[in-house]
Write a protein that binds this ligand. Structure first.
Ligand SMILES: Nc1ncnc2c1ncn2[C@@H]1O[C@H](COP(=O)(O)OP(=O)(O)OP(=O)(O)O)[C@@H](O)[C@H]1O
Length: 259
């Protein structure tokens, strides 16, 4: 598997295709009354289809809340979220569930694989849940793409963390989602395993045209993205693109924020 670091000399422009995610005046408060904590204070941003976006910011800055609202896992307090062409506010819980199941993929820091199922069955699970029969050849291709074909009959506990996350990524991609949301996908991995996962996310964008939105604390992980959004206190305070996307520049901009 090619896991070389992203080139720091060749910089992709952020594509200007249709928006995959459009956030308008997005506000989110957790709790009510005097207990309320405002996590997002009016975010405006468009994520183009077929791009890789990293979301960074200090602890408590609102990254997970932003990801959850953008992915339709949490309802905003006000403002709008358009995901894969659908304005979410108008959707019922059932419609939201179907949108997430059929058109969106998720990757979590702690993998969320089903322990009793084999790797192949975990990867095929979103298709089964949608009442679709997995095509064995396409399933094998996907398992080969993530380097797990020889491990397809194993259970998650028999795999390393990096292998488990690659299985989780294959599961996220099996329905050919328009957008994959990844919450700290390398947070529990060593650097080499993390690079393998980042390389696969990058390939999903470049080869399949998938849109990836990834929360990370790690400037080296963020350097694989086309655009880095920086949150502080629930506001979008910085944005890096093009030649600014290097681990060093990202780390410097984050450090400037935290002084
Ligand atoms: N369910 C909740 N109830 C109350 N407050 C919450 C809830 N979820 C998040 N918050 C608060 O909202 C703010 C933003 O939290 P969020 O988890 O989005 O930040 P984050 O940037 O993802 O943090 P971290 O990097 O530590 O994961 C924080 O002040 C947090 O304490």
């Amino acid at each position: 598997m090619n896991t070389t670091q992203p080139s720091h000399t060749v910089h992709r422009q952020v594509p200007t295709r249709n928006p995959a995610v459009d956030l308008r005046s997005l506000h989110k408060a957790h709790g009510t009354g005097r207990q309320a904590v405002t996590a997002l204070h009016g975010i405006n941003h468009t994520i183009p289809s077929g791009s890789f976006t990293a979301v960074m910011g200090p602890s408590g800055s609102g990254k997970s809340t932003l990801l959850h609202c953008a992915a339709g896992l949490e309802r905003p307090s006000s403002g709008s979220v358009t995901l894969a062409g659908q304005e979410l506010a108008g959707l019922s819980e059932r419609q939201l569930t179907l949108l997430r199941r059929d058109r969106i993929g998720f990757v979590f820091q702690d993998f969320h694989l089903v322990p009793a199922l084999t790797v192949a069955a975990n990867v095929a699970l979103p298709l089964r849940l949608a009442g679709r029969r997995p095509d064995p050849r396409r399933l094998e291709e996907l398992l080969a793409d993530v380097g797990l074909l020889d491990k397809r009959h194993r259970r998650p506990a028999e795999l390393s963390g990096g292998q488990q996350q690659r299985a989780a990524l294959a599961r996220a991609l099996v329905t050919h989602p328009e957008v994959v949301f990844a919450d700290e996908p390398t947070g529990a991995l060593d650097r080499a395993s993390g690079r393998e996962v980042l390389n696969l996310l990058r390939k999903a964008v470049d080869d399949r045209g998938t849109t990836v939105v990834m929360v990370t604390h790690d400037p080296q992980a963020a350097a694989w993205a086309d655009e880095v959004l920086v949150l502080a206190d629930g506001r979008l305070v910085d944005r890096l693109t093009g030649t600014e996307i290097t681990a060093e520049t990202i780390a410097a901009r984050m450090a400037a924020l935290e002084v």
